[in-house]
Design a protein around this ligand. Structure first.
Ligand code: SAH
Length: 243
C-alpha cells in the first residue's frame, strides 16, 4: 500500500515526536485507521518531505515520530498561475484539483461578466477555506512539496490593474495562435486566464488584449472551462516546464 502523505503547516524536526493536528488526526486515524508503528510521510510546504511513524494513538489524538528528511523536489521549474473564472462548485473543485496535480503555484479565482456563480462578501472566507482544502488534498495525493496559494477572488478589471511581471495569456476560442506558437523564451511567471461556463465576452477579451494579455486558442473545439484549464496547463508544462 502507498504510504499516506499529510500536509502539516508547521516546523518539523527529525528525531522529534509530534502530535498530529486535529484534521490530520481525523484523516490518519479515523479514516485511514493508521496504527502505532505504521509509516507516514509529512510535508510542511517548505520543500522536501519527512518520513515518520505513528508512535502513539488514542481515541482523541495521535503522535508520530519524525524519523528522516528527504529533500525531494517535485515542483515545476516554471511558476504558473491559473486565473480561473469561478465556475459551478463541483467543476471548480475539479479544475483546482487538476491544476495542482499539473503543478500550478498560484490560483487566482476571477469574477467575470458571465460568471454564474456569485460569491457574496460573507461567503468569501468559506469558499477560500473550501478551495484550500481541495488544494491540500491534491498536494498530498500528487506528491507536491510546496503548497499552491489560493488568492481572494477578484473582478477581471481589478486583476488587470495588478502589475504583470511575466506573461499573461487569455484562453479564448477563435482565430488566435496556439500554445505551441508562443516563443520558447516566454517571460515567466506565466498567468493563464480561463473563462466561466459562458466564456468571456468579446469586450472582456478586447479589454485583456488592450492590457497586454496575449490571446491563445486551444483549437477548433469548444472545451468546457475545466477541460480547457487542464489541457492548457498540461501544454504549458510540456512546453516550458517538466511534463
Ligand atoms: N460559450 C463559450 C465557451 C466557454 S468555454 C464561448 O463560446 O466562448 C469556457 C472557457 O474555456 C472559455 O472562456 C475559454 O477560456 C476556454 N476555452 C474553451 N474552449 C477553448 C478553445 N477552443 N480555445 C481557447 N479557449 C477555450
Amino acid at each position: 500500500m502507498r504510504i499516506p502523505r499529510f500536509y502539516v503547516p508547521q516546523p518539523l524536526v527529525v528525531g522529534q515526536e509530534f502530535t498530529l493536528p486535529d484534521t490530520t488526526f481525523r484523516h490518519a486515524v479515523q479514516v485511514l485507521r493508521l496504527n502505532v508503528g505504521e509509516p507516514l510521510i509529512l510535508f510542511n510546504g517548505e520543500g522536501g518531505e519527512y518520513s515518520a511513524q505513528m508512535s502513539n494513538v488514542s481515541k482523541r489524538s495521535a503522535s508520530v515520530m519524525i524519523e528522516g528528511f528527504s529533500p525531494v523536489d517535485t515542483e515545476s521549474p516554471i511558476h504558473l498561475t491559473l486565473v480561473q473564472a469561478v465556475i459551478k462548485p463541483d467543476k471548480m473543485d475539479f479544475a483546482l484539483q487538476k491544476a495542482v496535480e499539473l503543478g500550478v503555484n498560484t490560483i487566482q479565482p476571477l469574477i467575470t461578466q458571465r460568471s454564474v456563480v456569485r460569491i457574496g462578501k460573507e461567503q468569501v472566507d468559506k469558499k477560500l477555506q473550501h478551495w484550500e482544502g481541495v488544494v491540500v488534498a491534491a498536494c498530498e495525493q500528487s506528491g507536491r512539496t510546496r503548497m499552491p496559494v489560493v488568492q481572494v477572488p477578484l473582478a477581471l478589471e481589478r486583476w488587470l490593474e495588478m502589475p504583470a511581471t511575466g506573461t499573461r495569456l487569455i484562453l479564448a476560442p477563435g482565430d488566435f495562435p496556439r500554445i505551441n506558437a508562443l516563443p520558447l523564451d516566454l517571460p515567466v511567471p506565466i498567468e493563464l486566464l480561463i473563462g466561466p461556463e459562458g466564456g468571456f465576452t468579446d469586450e472582456e477579451v478586447a479589454q485583456c488584449i488592450q492590457a497586454g494579455v496575449t490571446p491563445v486558442s486551444l483549437g477548433p473545439r469548444i472545451l468546457r472551462a475545466e477541460t480547457a484549464s487542464l489541457a492548457a496547463l498540461a501544454l504549458l508544462q510540456h512546453r516550458y516546464g517538466d511534463i
